[in-house]
Ligand binder design. Structure first.
Ligand SMILES: NC(=O)c1ccc[n+]([C@@H]2O[C@H](COP(=O)([O-])OP(=O)(O)OC[C@H]3O[C@@H](n4cnc5c(N)ncnc54)[C@H](O)[C@@H]3O)[C@@H](O)[C@H]2O)c1
Length: 276
């Protein structure tokens, strides 16, 4: 899809990090933006930063794991703007690091709720509107962890794989319904955001998250050593929007994601049965 001034973009998790980066990149292109997030105070702060002449920025408090909350988001969007062009299902969280058998059920329910049901609710609420309009596009944020194993982060890994799989199917179903519709899945590697801190703010009572570190720069250095590139949300947003315009199904912003993804695919190919 071509991204143009006057369109309408909805960004869940738009109050910080990659979501804010996407919202800012859309606003810079003259797109009206709906900032949908669970944290009202954070929404209000970013709306002030995004507002500019010629566009409207609509704040909506939403919990993506709640079907009625997302349905209301779609209704409010259409009531205000009369259309929706791009829906970024981006809100995300992360829980504590532990092997899968030690991850407790409240953590599983939380991550399945935000990542998997968040996407299900987003598609159920917005796809019918797009089909009726005859245009519209989904950009769903997964992770490199949706394409490769991620030891220690099983619930994150499993739910992000679900986002990748669902987007691949969604894209085919949307194109079959109407050729102008489609979906892309964004699979970043490491990005400099406050995911750890906002996850701690958003967690349900009793759920553990990774402790915030007191030495952020040392932590970043060790992550860089383990993972290679660490991108900014603004970098990711530019690559993501270029990927949407090119109708790229999988968008991988970090160059060093290629090697682990290739290793996984090679392993899968190795395991394929011999043709009869
Ligand atoms: N930071 C990374 O390295 C990285 C890498 C790959 C993928 N991602 C994914 O990118 C997406 C954005 O994360 P980020 O890194 O920008 O973190 P972030 O914490 O800056 O942004 C996430 C936003 O989602 C919001 N949110 C959380 N639960 C919500 C809910 N139930 N309903 C509505 N909003 C909710 C948070 O309040 C927050 O504003 C997530 O899906 C994350 O999994 C991040």
């Amino acid at each position: 899809m071509k991204i143009c001034a006057g369109q309408v973009g909805v960004v869940t998790g738009g109050a910080s990090g990659i979501g804010y980066g996407l919202a800012a990149a859309l606003a810079a292109r003259g797109v009206n933006v709906v900032i949908a997030d669970r944290r009202r105070d954070a929404i209000d702060r970013v709306v002030e930063r995004l507002v500019r002449p010629g566009i409207e920025v609509l704040p909506v408090e939403v919990d993506v794991s709640d079907a009625s909350s997302v349905q209301k988001l779609a209704e409010v969007t259409v009531a205000r703007f009369g259309r929706v062009d791009l829906v970024c299902n981006n809100a995300g969280v992360n829980g504590k690091a532990a092997p899968i058998w030690e991850q407790d059920l409240p953590t599983w329910n939380w991550l399945v709720g935000v990542h998997l049901y968040g996407l299900i609710h987003g598609v159920r609420a917005f796809a019918p509107i797009m089909i009726e309009q005859g245009f519209g596009y989904f950009l769903n944020t997964a992770s490199i962890g949706g394409l490769i194993p991620l030891p220690g982060l099983g619930p994150y890994n499993a739910t992000k794989h679900a986002v990748v799989g669902m987007t691949e199917t969604l894209d085919q179903e949307l194109r079959a319904a109407c050729p102008a519709l489609g979906a892309s899945v964004l699979c970043p590697g490491l990005v400099e955001t406050s995911l750890k801190e906002t996850s701690a703010m958003n967690r349900p009572v009793g759920v553990e998250t990774v402790e915030a570190t007191s030495d952020v720069s040392a932590e970043r250095a060790s992550l860089r050593a383990a993972w290679g590139s660490v991108l900014t949300p603004a970098d990711v947003a530019e690559i993501a929007l270029a990927g949407v315009e090119a109708r790229r199904l999988h968008i991988l912003p970090n160059n060093d994601s290629a090697a682990p993804v290739r290793a996984r695919v090679d392993r899968l190919i190795e395991d394929l049965p011999e043709p009869q």
